[in-house]
Design a protein around this ligand. Structure first.
Ligand SMILES: [Zn+2]
Length: 230
């Protein structure tokens, strides 16, 4: 949550269920959520046994790591390592999505109502009434211009009360769960701020270029846009 660039760390196994779902005392594996794909990686025991983490999800409020084989025990001291290539690409996609969201909202008064980010492509859903592919392509070009400005990206926290006074922070149409007291802010300095729980790059210059791929008309106020980054 505080350091998206942490790639390796030591931890202890807190619980094991059905031989393959592992909870650690601390983790940087990102669990599937907010439309972003999960982290994979490797957990290594202090006697050198390796366990591939194939899926990370949130189960009853805890981050659960699914490993490929059995053998991990409660109390095991382990070393964790992310599949950094995958994670870093997802970070680039996620920050790119915030740039798109900022442009669609600021320039066209359009909201992103959902997203799905994988290492293959990004997808955002817009509350656009009639399909306008030219507008979408133009917004992507404008987003690439924003990326070229190399804004830094900062992460900090605000109390819920403070954050609610700031309508900018609740740009995503579906809003935020009401049982959260402290709101984590992802701030693209001088451009866009959002309440968000994901992993992001430190500077827009790490994103690269957003490329338009395709659109799907899902109905009134529901237009789907696919893009890649390169
Ligand atoms: Zn986000």
């Amino acid at each position: 949550m505080d350091d998206s660039y942490l790639k390796e760390w030591d931890a202890e196994v807190k619980s094991v269920s059905k031989d393959k779902f592992i909870v650690l005392d601390k983790t940087a594996f990102f669990p599937r959520g907010g439309g972003v794909e999960w982290d994979t990686g490797i957990i290594t025991t202090d006697n050198g046994k390796e366990f591939n983490v194939v899926y990370t999800g949130k189960l009853s409020g805890e981050i659960s790591h699914e490993v490929e084989k059995e053998g991990l025990r409660v109390g095991d001291k382990v070393h964790c390592k992310l599949n950094w290539e995958k994670r870093y690409l997802l970070m680039r996609y996620h920050t790119a999505t915030h740039v798109l969201s900022g442009v669609f909202f600021n320039e066209y008064d359009l909201k992103i109502t959902g997203n799905q980010l994988t290492t293959e492509k990004g997808r955002v859903d817009l509350n656009m009434e009639e399909m306008d592919v030219d507008l979408i392509k133009e917004a992507i070009e404008k987003s690439n211009e924003v990326i070229k400005k190399e804004h830094p990206v900062e992460i900090y926290y605000k109390s819920r009360v403070e954050a609610e006074k700031d309508p900018d922070l609740f740009k995503l149409a579906k809003g935020f769960s009401h049982d959260i007291d402290t709101i984590r802010i992802v701030d693209i300095k001088g451009f866009d701020r959002q309440a968000d729980g994901g992993c992001h790059v430190k500077n827009l210059n790490e994103i690269g270029k957003i490329k338009f791929k395709d659109t799907v008309n899902k109905g009134k106020n529901f237009k789907r846009v696919y893009f890649t980054i390169e």
